[in-house]
Design a binder for this molecule. Structure first.
Ligand code: PBG
Length: 328
């Protein structure tokens, strides 16, 4: 018995590299990539982060050098996180809005070095600065106090705007954080300082290595403020709120286990969509590749193309500089 020979053959468009290049739908360019960076107080040489091989906590000096390299490679922007000395952490996260706090110093350094040649972003969250490790301040009963935290975010935002951040990234998932920050920025004349809102940020096991990266001393978990991974529609509710409150760019985080959310968001917004390929995603690919179980570079590219294809035009990734180098 003979089979019917197909006359429609999708494989035709896969025959040669040139053909595949011609028909490739999703593009990935250096400008799509944003490099998250850590700057630490009280260290005199860059300190490797064990669970993120290849990523370090920077000194102020090494931060400047690495930022320069990233910009040379063509990345779209830099997202800065601060790591204060353990002794400088307190219940309110006072280092966060101190002009001499490590994050604000790092921002000033980068803004004076780089000016407007890149987009400088700041993590607007207290967890790196609090001794209990939560993203906000605690009420007497130990719960994270939403509205008291907003006041801290406002103060932190103004410090970061003064230090030269172009975009603020409130990542604490407090209700009303975008509105509070927008109102405060405008009142102080920072009308051009934008907000990259962590719109749908899920409570994820994949943040594990980041906690080492920032020396977090978190007690408990973040389940009362970050989203439950079971929920999809809630992301759209958070999205509507962030847009109404004035978000300039929205973000979904993590990326890999939440690509459906990236697509849901991309389908309905008219602002740029970003996604954060987080520490655990970096660690998984790195670890499997170290064991020779996957081809590292191919897996890295595929993961980023997947996030682009899901609908994010901006991707925060610890591979930003390296991949930008491959692409240009
Ligand atoms: C909170 C914050 C976290 C990350 C970015 N901002 C940690 C958390 O929510 O626990 C995680 C980033 C990563 O895992 O790469 N300020």
């Amino acid at each position: 018995m003979s089979i019917d020979r197909p006359y429609i053959r999708p494989r035709r468009l896969r025959t040669t590299p040139a053909m595949r290049r011609l028909v490739a739908q999703t593009t990935l360019e250096p400008r799509n990539l944003v490099l998250p960076m850590f700057v630490a107080d009280g260290i005199d040489a860059p300190r490797p982060i064990e669970s993120m091989p290849g990523v370090v906590q920077h000194t102020r000096e090494s931060l400047r050098k690495a930022a320069h390299e990233a910009v040379q490679a063509g990345v779209g922007g830099l997202m800065l996180f601060g790591v204060p000395s353990p002794g400088d952490k307190d219940a309110l996260g006072s280092g966060a809005d101190d002009a001499d706090g490590i994050l604000n110093l790092g921002l000033s350094d980068l803004r004076s070095d780089l000016g407007d040649s890149t987009v400088l972003m700041a993590d607007t969250c207290l967890d790196e600065f609090t001794d209990h490790g939560h993203c906000g301040v605690l009420a007497a009963d130990g719960r994270v106090d939403n509205d008291a935290t907003l006041e801290r975010y406002v103060s932190m935002s103004l410090a970061q705007a003064r230090a030269g951040a172009h975009l603020l990234g409130p990542s604490g998932m407090m209700d009303g954080q975008v509105a509070a920050i927008r109102t405060a920025l405008d009142a102080e004349g920072f009308t051009d300082t934008g907000i990259l809102a962590y719109t749908a940020k899920y409570s994820s096991a994949f943040y594990g290595p980041f906690r080492e990266a920032v020396g977090s001393s978190l007690q408990g978990d973040r389940k009362t403020y970050q989203q439950d991974p079971h929920n999809r529609d809630e992301a759209i509710r958070e999205l509507e709120l962030d847009l109404a409150e004035g978000a300039d760019i929205v973000m979904v985080k993590p990326a890999m286990s939440y690509l459906d959310i990236v697509r849901d968001v991309a389908n309905v917004v008219d602002v740029p969509v970003s996604a954060y390929q987080i520490s655990g995603e970096y660690a998984m690919i790195t670890a499997a590749a170290e064991r020779g179980w996957i081809d590292r570079d191919a897996a890295v590219l595929e993961s980023l193309v997947g996030i682009r294809r899901a609908g994010a035009s901006i991707i925060l990734t610890y591979w930003a500089t390296e991949v930008a180098g491959w692409l240009s």
